[in-house]
Design a protein around this ligand. Structure first.
Ligand code: GLV
Length: 334
């Protein structure tokens, strides 16, 4: 049996890519920048699977061009870039890489939170640009205490839970909002489930951990931002479009909230003229929350594991569209 053909849309961390190259007839997009959509369409024409990243838009246009396509193995926990409904209809299996990145992503939410509260990025610039002219002053770069403050976690799934776990180490009061009950949050951390408005009104730090879906698009909009305390900070390392960026800018610019930490943007890369980048009380990063050597390597191995399971006739361990099993039963292809 010939090896199944896989197109990999970027050089993945080494071990995962090595496994894919050994087990499949694999081709890899060699550049650092993502392949244009027309290249993905071209490459998808005669492959059995695509290994994708969150910056690749995988939709009906790609599927139309790819009669043999059976699987999308995505390197990310989020998969809003893939039209999963359309894939399911066509019998295309979709997998993601959850869990291995949970703690790494929660760590980065925490990095943003600490950087905001204690003005780490501002302080760094202050020293480097020669503004540090007196040795010490009691009013120099005052921030806000993290310990003992109230954190509001929007979306208490795996990553929200891991953020809550970190919050207990800082003796924080923990509120959370979720459409799912999540009793473990209460049991493990004494967290209190509240509605979104209450969370926004009472929290000193609001940290967002929901997936991007129709229901969460602009979940944090102008009206919601108005509920937040003037001294509160917003942290988002989920997906950019969960927050209305224009409304966030207005809230920050008018001093209605204290600051924001953003690892994700409505458009990525965010343009340099994004007005949020002009504000000192905004800490930004280029969507790197899961970017530790260890985690990215594990994510790439998971992509390989999912592909190998599927083509070996087994249910991929991280299948996100189990309904597909009814559309196209599993068959062993190597
Ligand atoms: C990163 O944003 C991911 O979804 O894994």
């Amino acid at each position: 049996m010939p090896k199944p053909k896989v197109y990999v849309t970027r050089e993945l961390p080494e071990r995962g890519l090595k496994i894919i190259k050994e087990r499949f007839d694999a081709k890899v997009w060699p550049e650092y920048a993502p392949p244009p959509k027309k290249t993905i369409i071209e490459k998808a024409k005669d492959v059995d699977a695509l290994a994708t990243l969150l910056s690749d838009k995988i939709d009906a246009e790609v599927f139309d061009a790819a009669p043999k396509l059976r699987m999308i193995a995505q390197l990310a926990v989020g998969f809003d870039n893939v039209d999963v409904q359309e894939a399911t209809k066509r019998g295309i299996y979709v997998s993601n890489t959850p869990e291995v990145l949970t703690d790494t992503t929660a760590d980065f939410a925490w990095a943003l939170l600490m950087a905001l509260a204690r003005r780490v990025v501002e302080a760094d610039k202050y020293v480097r640009t020669g503004r540090w002219k007196v040795g010490w002053h009691p009013a120099m770069l005052q921030g806000r205490d993290v310990y003992g403050a109230t954190i509001g976690i929007v979306g208490a799934g795996r990553i929200g839970y891991a953020v809550a776990k970190r919050a207990t180490g800082f003796s924080m009061k923990i509120l959370f909002y979720d459409v799912i009950p999540r009793p473990e949050m209460e049991k493990d951390f004494g967290a209190k489930k509240v509605d979104l408005d209450t969370l926004l009104k009472q929290s000193d730090f609001v940290s967002i951990h929901v997936p991007l879906m129709k229901e969460t698009h602009h979940l944090i909009n102008a009206e919601k931002l108005r509920l937040m305390k003037k001294t509160a900070y917003l942290i988002n390392n989920s997906r950019g479009p969960v927050v209305d960026e224009k409304a966030l800018y207005d809230a920050l610019n008018e001093g209605r909230i204290a600051g924001a930490g953003l690892d994700v943007f409505e458009q990525e890369p965010t343009p340099l003229d994004n007005p949020l980048l002009k504000l000192d009380n905004v800490v930004v990063a280029p969507h790197i929350s899961s970017a530790s050597y260890e985690t990215r390597s594990k994510m790439a191995e998971m992509v390989a594991d999912n592909l190998i399971a599927f083509f070996g006739g087994k249910k991929p361990p991280n299948l996100v569209n189990p309904d597909v099993l009814k559309v196209r039963p599993l068959t062993k292809q190597f």
